[in-house]
Write a protein that binds this ligand. Sequence first.
Ligand code: HEC
Ligand code: HEC
Length: 373
Amino acid sequence: MALALASVATHASPTLLDFTAEERAQLASHGPWPPVTQGDPANARQQQAAARAFGRQLFFDRRLSADERASCASCHVPAMAFQDGQAVPRLRDGQPASVRNTPSLIDAAQRRWLGWGGEHDSLWAASLAPLLAPAEMGHSLASLAARVRGTPALAQAYQRALGPLPADDAALAVGLAKALAAYQAGLVSPRTAFDDFRDALLRGDRAAAAHYPLPAQRGLRLFMGEGRCSVCHAGPAFTNGEFADIGRPFFVPGGVDPGRHAGLQRLLASPHNRLGAYNDAGAAADPRAVATRHLVREHRHFGEFRVPGLRGLRATAPYMHDGSVPSLAAVVQHYSDLNEDRLHADGERILRPLKLSPQQQDDLLAFLHSLSN
Ligand code: HEC
Ligand code: HEC
């Protein structure tokens, strides 16, 4: 009896590390969350309710694949955080449909560049690409447009949501992609224990802040400080939106995945980038087109991949562009053991092996977990 009372009395007194002013400023930069939703000047449909509803319907519609066997949701499975839990997607005959890991689509509207190599500069262009990829939906512009025109239910839904069917096949396909983007733009990750902690600390509510577990607090300090993780994993979504090399192998069956180097080539050659004719605002009036205009392809881009955001990772194993890392613990191990010989000689020297103690590894992991529910 006395024991039970004592255990109530000493019940976990919450603790708060002494975060310095500099640490608090850095912490502030990882929020607020959720972000203010902004439209996309290049996609006039992005915030239209009718386009969003049509896009949702399209996302699950197998008729958008040439053989009617795959929909977007076959790989971006809603119940699995809009990815597929596999290293690389395998559809139909079990053959890999890509050499890359299927990314989650949650928070995709926040991303400046899309695809692991930044092949696209808008959510709608990244939604058009799978429709036309032979191993994914497998259409041509002509067969896709013919499918819509020849399927009365689809054609009517298109007209109700987007207006008259364009006579031009490419314009019709772009309409589908813009509706698909409108749907995906509504996929935003929820607030987490980390967000509650950040907000409490910044408003000076120490009691509320102290509910954030101590290991996560220590992991956060390591993430922003010694670990230098936030140099790349910056801002509210924990990505600077750019590309880097962290020493993961980039060999794929039959060759290499050049990452950003090939991604830039594809982006700059694409008629569907922000500089092209399908930008609803026109490139001159789209502030986001400036970044595309100033892109220059350099040798250092070889083997660089997009810095992924870190929210919701608990649901999206395996990790990295090729799905080669099975767990978050193994990601932390990668940064702890880092093989410097694998990093580009001309890349920025941000990373070095952290040689973390087992406790530090657990702390970093506790912090990463606190970014998911
Ligand atoms: C065969 C599996 C598969 C199918 C089907 C598929 N995707 Fe994907 N998706 C992927 C993979 C793999 C990537 C990464 C591609 C890359 O980096 O080159 C990706 C990337 C994306 C991206 C970029 C996300 C980001 O964060 O960069 C978007 C958006 C997207 N897909 C939307 C769609 C839509 C919309 C459809 C249906 C029209 C679709 N996908 C169908 C596997 C698939
Ligand atoms: C130089 C920039 C940079 C730094 C510093 C950095 N990362 Fe990364 N991180 C990346 C890139 C780029 C990838 C994707 C690499 C790939 O796919 O091959 C990545 C991938 C990850 C992933 C996998 C996410 C996913 O969805 O697959 C996690 C988790 C992660 N980093 C956590 C960390 C932690 C923790 C630290 C600090 C110890 C850190 N990163 C430091 C650039 C960086």
